[in-house]
Design a protein around this ligand. Structure first.
Ligand SMILES: NC(=O)c1ccc[n+]([C@@H]2O[C@H](COP(=O)([O-])OP(=O)(O)OC[C@H]3O[C@@H](n4cnc5c(N)ncnc54)[C@H](O)[C@@H]3O)[C@@H](O)[C@H]2O)c1
Length: 350
């Protein structure tokens, strides 16, 4: 079972998809079958929520049904890892559950990592994502500090990353996106509260990462101001609506937060993303429903007062962009990484 595990409006786990899927499966279960939950969730879900649903039907977990938790690990858009190459963590409710679950996964993936319990497997997945959220939060905070000091954070990271041990580079950006990293950490926050633990790192990283779009808008305002322009009335093009490069997934994308704030300030906002030609209806971003990606031709780009690189898709022609755009706000260090030399003051990193 790998169904969505979102947060509700109070930032609390919404297990309704998991529970309703399990409830609809239970009447069809037969002794000897394996049930594996792969959705990201808090430690205890498999044991506390799924096990009772199975046992209510009179089936014994560990004898009739083998219940395991094995987190989904995927990096969408990354061609270097296929599902079968990524080691699979598996924890079972009982030792027999674990053995059967491992045998199942061993048949399809190259490496199975057995752990002592479903709780360890559930927590391991959250640790992986919290690690990313916190480190991205850290580097986003340092970006703001470095900017104030007139230091290029990207150069700093590049230098630090030459240390051959004890340092893993993370990169700043316009905010966190996707349906995993901004959301999953709060599953642990919620569960930890039950044990009187306040997960301060998670909350702080969330706060910093959520404040990034506003910080980028402030830098955009200042750059326009340098050109004697106000945000109000300026034509601003956002490049990249997807939350990460080379994918067509716009869930939780910080580009929406940027578009919202710039539009609220009176800018005329458009977006360019060949992976997302049109914005489909969503509850969170209803105001943008039906908006269509502009084409990235030189004539069209030249018609904007400012182009903001939010996500650096491989298909973008950055050299062409520099020929047509007056002002580029680069939240991904895309221009420097492409080895391009902009005109003086043309590119502002944010
Ligand atoms: N997509 C990823 O890269 C990724 C990586 C790691 C972990 N996860 C985790 O995997 C889980 C699923 O995420 P996803 O991105 O694959 O979600 P998704 O939105 O792609 O949905 C996954 C599947 O669930 C089905 N589904 C949706 N609602 C359902 C319902 N009410 N009942 C039954 N089936 C339903 C969908 O049709 C789809 O087949 C989440 O817990 C997520 O955190 C996803």
């Amino acid at each position: 079972m790998c169904v969505p595990t979102p947060l509700d409006e109070h930032f609390e786990p919404d297990l309704s998809f998991v529970l309703s899927t399990m409830e609809s499966l239970v009447p069809h279960l037969r002794p000897g079958q394996v049930v594996s939950l792969e959705s990201t969730t808090y430690p205890g879900t498999t044991d506390e929520e799924l096990r009772p649903l199975i046992e209510k039907r009179g089936l014994v977990v560990g004898t009739d049904i083998f219940l395991v938790y094995s987190p989904e690990r995927e990096d969408p858009g990354n061609p270097d890892f296929s599902a079968t190459m990524i080691p699979k963590v598996v924890g079972g409710i009982t030792e027999d559950c674990a053995r059967v679950g491992q045998a199942l996964y061993q048949a399809v993936v190259s490496e199975v990592v057995p752990v002592r319990s479903t709780q360890v497997a559930e927590f391991a997945k959250l640790l992986e994502n919290i690690y990313r959220a916190v480190n991205i939060g850290l580097v986003n905070e340092l970006k703001v500090a470095a900017d104030g000091m007139g230091i290029d954070i990207w150069e700093v990271i590049e230098a630090a990353a030459t240390k051959p041990f004890g340092f893993t580079p993370f990169y700043p950006g316009p905010g966190l996106g996707g349906h995993c990293i901004p959301i999953d950490p709060y599953y642990l926050t919620w569960k930890a509260r039950e044990y009187g633990v306040h997960t301060r790192f998670i909350e702080l990283a969330g706060e910093i990462n959520t404040s990034m779009p506003h910080w980028v808008v402030q830098r955009t305002m200042e750059a326009l101001n340098q050109r004697s322009k106000s945000v109000k009335g300026s034509r601003i093009l956002l490049m990249g609506l997807a939350y990460k490069e080379n994918v067509d997934d716009m869930r939780e994308s910080p580009t929406f937060a940027l578009m919202d704030e710039l539009a609220d300030l009176g800018a005329e906002v458009a977006y360019y993303d060949p992976h997302i030609p049109e914005i489909i209806p969503t509850r969170e971003h209803a105001r943008w429903t039906g908006a269509r990606s502009v084409e990235g031709t030189p004539e069209i780009i030249a018609g904007f007062d400012c182009v903001l690189i939010a996500t650096n898709h491989r298909v973008f022609d950055l050299a062409g962009l520099l020929e047509s755009a007056d002002l580029v706000i680069d939240t991904r260090n895309a221009i420097a990484r492409a080895g391009l030399t902009p005109r003086e003051g043309q590119v502002v990193k944010a």
